[in-house]
Design a protein around this ligand. Structure first.
Ligand code: AMP
Ligand code: MG
Ligand code: MG
Length: 216
């Protein structure tokens, strides 16, 4: 075990997949896969995974392009719950692991890790606005995150932000599974985070969303 300067007890690596098409994304764009990997902030070991497909409300039919990119089939999303139910399940999973979702709540400290800012800066707020009936405000824990690219760039002393595959190549890590499958991407981003953590990079928050999105 390393004596690391990490500010969080746990990390939750998250990588959404969403409705898409060649060129332009459908509006509103909706989440179709909601995966997470739970990693210990001290040992960098993977503790658990959460994964769920999500049924899109506004564009229920996936494009051929989307299925080819993500590997997610029409049948998988048709059999999946709508976003509000998956969000509830995801929060229940965080609760089950005794993670602190609200700043004044009890539990272990944790933060989300994403590759880029799109997942929690754009996609989650857009998904929130697309929900009918409206949802309460996005919970605190989902309004701050660690963009792994920021720590990668500092660690490598580079101003160039490569994608997930580029970072893995540079760090000589094997990209396992299907790139653009949400759970495989989450596991691969977790490998990058593990690598940086083991090199004693302090994985602190890089972005906050303020004020919270509330579409009520
Ligand atoms: P990723 O995490 O890189 O797999 O991408 C997340 C989402 O961004 C995908 O589920 C798509 O909705 C969209 N996306 C990624 N790459 C492309 C692409 N080349 N063309 C269109 N949409 C894309
Ligand atoms: Mg992604
Ligand atoms: Mg992905």
């Amino acid at each position: 075990m390393h004596d690391t300067p990490n500010p969080f007890d746990y990390y939750v690596i998250l990588d959404f997949e969403a409705t898409c098409d060649q060129g332009k994304a459908p509006k509103p764009q909706e989440i179709i896969e909601f995966p997470s990997v739970l990693m210990c902030g001290k040992t960098f070991k993977i503790i658990d995974e959460f994964t769920s497909y999500v049924r899109p409300l506004h564009h229920p039919q996936l494009t051929k392009f989307c299925t080819e990119l993500t590997g997610i089939t029409q049948q998988q999303v048709e059999n999946a719950p709508l976003f509000p139910e998956v969000m509830t399940n995801h929060m229940a999973w965080l609760h089950h692991h005794n993670l602190q979702i609200h700043p004044k709540g009890s539990g272990s400290s944790f933060a989300f890790i994403t590759c880029g800012d799109w997942d929690l800066r754009s996609m989650l707020p857009n998904q929130w606005r697309a929900c009918e009936p409206p949802l309460r405000a996005i919970p605190y824990a989902y309004r701050q995150w660690i963009n792994i690219k920021v720590h990668y760039m500092a660690f490598r002393e580079t101003k160039r932000a490569p994608g997930m595959a580029g970072m893995m190549r540079a760090l000589e890590l094997e990209l396992v599974g299907h790139h653009h499958s949400g759970i495989d991407d989450s596991r691969n981003i977790a490998r990058i985070a593990q690598h940086l953590g083991e090199q004693r990079v302090s994985l602190g928050i890089t972005h906050f969303v303020d004020p919270p999105v509330n579409n009520r």
